[in-house]
Ligand binder design. Sequence first.
Ligand code: ZN
Length: 320
Amino acid sequence: MEIVQGIHRIPCIFDGNRVMFVHLLVGTKKIMLVDTCLAHNPEQEIFPYMQQLGIQPCQINYVLISHSDSDHVGGNRIVKDHAPNSMFMCHKLDRPWVEDVTALLEGRYKQFDRPHGMSTPDSFVHQLYHDVKTCPMDMTLEGGEQIWLSEDWYVDVLHTPGHTWGHLSVYDPRSHALIAGEAALWNAILDKDWQPCMAPTYCYADTYLATIQRLLAMSIDVYSPSHWPLQMGKEVHDFLYESRNYCLRVEEELLNLSQRTESFTMLQAIDEICGLLGTWSPVANNAMAYPINANIARLVQRGQLEQSHNDQGHFIWRRA
Ligand SMILES: [Zn+2]
């Protein structure tokens, strides 16, 4: 659907029940795609949608990747093959994981395995290599760039870190619409039926809260996130406040946990926090490691938790 003049929000389905919205910005001079979802999604949803508008894939001028997660970069190679002259862009800090699926797997998805005694299933790894087809970036961004799509229309690139270091959002000053990506993650990531399917996977709590604060101070009338319904008017603030408050609730529950136990591991924290704040199916509980890790880092930095290792060499924390 066209959410504001020139900006189309296209649902892409993956993993059976998941949805990710890519955005197509159509100006009179340039056409830009924001994100490519997974390898099957360009041909399944993105190109057919463009066809309806009378646009061929080879007419895409820019592809802006919001951040380094499989469901945002996986279709890159397919789009590049259909639009060989398009310019691919992402934030400088996310480029290593955007371009290389093994780096993404080791650096992001397996980051908790060794330090916390968790394990990434082989089936996940196999699926990842099947779903993600990368291509090199042509240009890296840092936020603050303006991309001109028509003679009289440009959009602003915003650096909105927290979910990743180099997360980007795109703001349209003409319509006050924000293509938000996962700048704010509400109290859960939702599936295609808007049911909670996993934890809000922010990774850097201070940075995440600062991003939300920045967005709260902006004039945003239409907020289009990757895995949530379109937010309009007053809903925009509610969405951002709920994202912020969830992060603070996780922190509060970690402090409570440190009061009632001698020490705790990541797996114990996941169990405890998901029991209190998890609205998704327990099979997805391990993704809670991302927000817990983010909040623990902040509490350790503030001197409220002490970090050490147990006999198995896994991290443990106790009240300082
Ligand atoms: Zn995503």
